[in-house]
Write a protein that binds this ligand. Structure first.
Ligand code: AMP
Ligand code: MG
Length: 366
């Protein structure tokens, strides 16, 4: 949202909200880049070194990056996204050697995870070192670190020369961004640069696992499934907040899980049951402006408007399509959305975790 042109003259606004003013009057450039030496990578590194924020592609979703050691730069991430200040940022590295200075120590099980899944869509939480500012860790004494696989993300981290704090590059509460166009939609005028490398391959944010609990615990499911983690670690717990609403007054192990998330403007309900029962259910709805969010090939069998989000029983293909499907709901006149229920295993758990939140835990069992 850009302020109207007459507002710049109003000095009281500049004084009252200097940061708001700054982030809302910027010109946002979009540059295509892929590898070391590309103009966009150099430009991104230059801005990051100056304490600016830049939206960058990763294999999970686009990230809004800043120097993880620079509190002022990190502050700009929170302002641009409208992110609650207690929601910690994940720190991204390009070399394993960068990890040890970010954390108190690296236990054997953490190394085993890194060996198995880095570079890749896994964030590992350990006790933080004093180099990580509280602003970056959302006030916590732990920090989540990830080494992304995307060559552009790695080239940018290398060129910036510092670990990059980077949450998803979306407006807080909205679906994460999986294309540069989505980033521009949410962040135009608020950040100086978006690096465009096309569509993200995983499509949902990283799996987050904490190793500071007695038993390793998944706080957020993602592209690395619980089954894959168990193969390396043995016992792994899945935090209750992954699929359930947090009880009133309870402290969230992962602060991000307590906020409204991934929601289109329309109300969403997740509908559990076979496709046949789903079809009878949506076709019997009396309201106008309903929309069905279904698996590939199902839409044409329905007599209501639909958007498809990946193949049935194929979590990876659902993950890749989910956020752009949720975003495109906002381009329709739908008021009520009924969504097919994904399976719970593998990457399906990550899809279900995002959908139950998009639906504000509103589940209909047929
Ligand atoms: P995003 O950066 O938008 O992908 O969100 C990061 C998610 O990871 C949020 O849900 C955070 O609450 C969670 N997270 C990041 N760092 C930590 C941490 N140190 N402890 C617990 N959760 C974390
Ligand atoms: Mg996010």
């Amino acid at each position: 949202m850009l302020l109207s042109p007459q507002i710049p003259q109003k000095n009281w606004l500049r004084k009252a909200m200097p940061d708001f003013w700054k982030v809302n009057t910027m010109k946002t450039e979009v540059i295509k880049a892929e590898k070391d030496g590309d103009y966009g990578i150099e430009k991104a590194a230059e801005l990051l070194k100056k304490g600016e924020v830049v939206a960058i592609p990763t294999e999970t979703v686009y990230g809004l990056a800043a120097n993880a050691f620079d509190e002022k730069a990190v502050e700009k991430i929170f302002i641009a996204k409208g992110r609650p200040s207690d929601n910690p940022l994940i720190v991204h590295i390009s070399e394993l050697s960068q990890w040890s200075e970010l954390v108190e120590s690296i236990p054997e099980n953490a190394l085993a995870l890194a060996q198995a899944f880095w570079p890749g869509p896994l964030t590992i939480i350990l006790k933080k070192s004093s180099l990580i500012p509280r602003r970056t860790s959302g006030g916590l004494d732990t920090v989540g670190v990830r080494m992304p696989m995307h060559p552009t993300a790695r080239a940018i981290i290398r060129a910036a020369g510092v670990p990059l704090a980077a949450p998803s590059a979306n407006n807080s509460g909205k679906p994460s961004t999986t294309t540069a166009e989505h980033c521009l939609h949410d962040l135009d005028g608020k950040i100086p640069l978006i690096i465009d490398s096309g569509e993200c391959s995983v499509g949902v944010e990283s799996t987050v696992i904490t190793l500071v609990t007695d038993v390793p615990r998944v706080l957020r499911p993602g592209g690395i499934s619980v089954e894959m983690l168990s193969e390396v670690l043995g016992e792994v717990e899945v935090d209750d907040a992954v699929l359930n609403r947090l009880a009133e007054g309870a402290v969230a192990a992962s602060p991000g899980m307590k906020y409204k998330h991934y929601s289109p403007s329309a109300g969403v309900s997740l509908v559990k049951g076979s496709f046949e029962s789903f079809r009878s259910f949506v076709e019997a709805q009396k309201e106008k402006n309903i929309l069905a969010l279904v698996f590939e090939g199902e839409g044409e069998k329905l007599n209501v408007p639909f958007i498809e989000y990946g193949r049935e029983n194929d979590g990876a293909s659902q993950a890749k399509r989910l956020f752009s499907a949720l975003r495109s709901i906002d381009e329709t006149d739908a008021k009520l959305v009924y969504a097919r229920f994904p399976e719970k295993d593998g990457v399906g758990l990550a899809v279900l975790n995002r959908l139950v939140r998009a639906a504000a835990f509103n589940i209909i069992e047929l």
